[in-house]
Design a protein around this ligand. Structure first.
Ligand code: SF4
Length: 381
């Protein structure tokens, strides 16, 4: 009898809780969600992974935001949505950018120098960098980009990559994390057909989804935007700690990782912070991690700032080399000597570059031809 009363009480409490939640949710929609602005066409949506059922909605477990999505709402990334109680991706097989690039453009310097890479992106990003170079696609809604979009299934991407004589596929330009299902299906197929995979990402992803992607990736390029939590929250719209977790996880998973840091004048060019960042990379990822300091050019919300002085990039590079990192580059300064790869043992130029062009390559079987030092990376197909 008492047991029955207890059961009824628990049931009653649950009902009361759920009703209060409905009223509260109606009054105060969760801050991490945004409503759909345009009705979504059913034919283009696909079930998304990393869904967790929640009371009166679903939760997306793909990235650290863990958006709670009541029916009809989208996540911060604008491309994942609760449609009829299920988490859906709105961008599967709908790239808005498809290009064949030199791999140096990613920039990836320690994989098949001088090779072509078939590059794709959909709209969407889970971060909001004020200096985004691709904000037209990263900050768009799928509906806004639809006119320029095209359907391209994973099999079609792989076929097109092979026909274009590309050695690899890059998931790049916007944020591949938010088109996760498309990335995963394409990368799996690409591997089966003998292609390599490269992802260029801000690293804002949870460890479990990352673990599932990792086996299909040869190189992951992480855009580490600074080394200051406040800067990350204010200018990037995320937390630095999660990106550092991703970098450690990649090391643990054994995925070859390169890092790029876009140096923005007055925002993340503090040399003490850069020193801290280099120390952290050295200690946690090792001295062989390639690191790029890239030049900012005024754009998007930071059109009022000047381009990064080359001396700032040179100072940052000097700090990184002093901290023990062996492969430190300067990006977006065509013709700079720090575009080259140097042998850390004998100091000879191993790969001479000019912008995206590779002029000389003195690495054979993964070693410096002058002194035999092993150079980390993927040098032969
Ligand atoms: S991937 Fe998008 S929907 Fe999912 S948690 Fe991140 S921002 Fe939210």
């Amino acid at each position: 009898m008492i047991k029955n009363i207890q059961t009824y009480l628990v049931l009653l409490l649950n009902i009361v809780f759920c009703f209060s939640f409905v009223s509260l949710a109606a009054l105060y929609p969760p801050p991490q969600t945004i409503s759909s602005i345009v009705p979504v066409n059913d034919t283009i949506i696909k079930r998304a992974e990393w869904e967790k059922l929640a009371c009166l909605g679903v939760q997306c477990e793909l990235c650290p935001f863990r958006c709670f999505l009541p029916e009809g709402s989208r996540g911060i990334c604008k491309v994942r949505m609760n449609v009829a109680g299920k988490l859906r991706t709105l961008v599967y097989a709908q790239p808005v950018s498809v290009h064949i690039d030199p791999i140096e453009k990613k920039p990836v310097y320690h994989m098949l120098p001088g090779s072509r890479i078939f590059s794709i992106a959909t709209v969407g990003c889970n971060l909001k960098c004020s200096f985004c170079q691709n904000w037209e696609i990263s900050q768009s809604y799928p509906e806004q980009a639809k006119t320029s979009g095209q359907m391209l299934t994973p099999a079609e991407v792989v076929d097109a990559a092979i026909k274009s004589n590309s050695h690899a596929i890059a998931y790049t330009y916007s944020e591949p994390v938010v088109f996760y299902e498309y990335v995963l299906d394409t990368a799996k197929l690409a591997k089966q057909k003998g292609l390599r995979n490269v992802m260029v990402s801000a690293g804002y992803i949870n460890p479990e989804p990352l673990k599932k992607l990792a086996p299909y990736f040869d190189v992951i390029k992480i855009d580490l935007k600074g080394f200051n939590e406040q800067f990350y929250r204010k200018v990037v719209g995320g937390d630095l700690k999660f990106v550092l977790e991703t970098l450690k996880e990649l090391k643990h998973l054994g995925v070859f990782t390169e890092i790029v840091n876009l140096v923005v004048p007055g925002l993340n060019d503090d040399m003490d912070e850069i020193t801290e960042m280099c120390k952290w990379i050295h200690e946690n990822l090792g001295p062989d991690t390639p690191l790029f300091f890239s030049r900012f050019t005024p754009q998007y919300r930071l059109g009022n700032l000047p381009p990064t002085p080359v001396e700032t990039l040179e100072k940052a590079r000097e700090i990184a080399l002093k901290s023990g990192l062996r492969y430190v580059y300067i990006g977006n300064v065509t013709g700079h000597s720090a575009e080259n790869t140097y042998c850390p043992n004998c100091g000879q130029v191993l790969i001479r570059r000019y912008g995206y062009a590779v002029l000389e390559n003195h690495i054979r079987k993964g070693r410096c031809i002058f002194c035999g030092k092993e150079i980390p990376g993927i040098w032969e197909d």
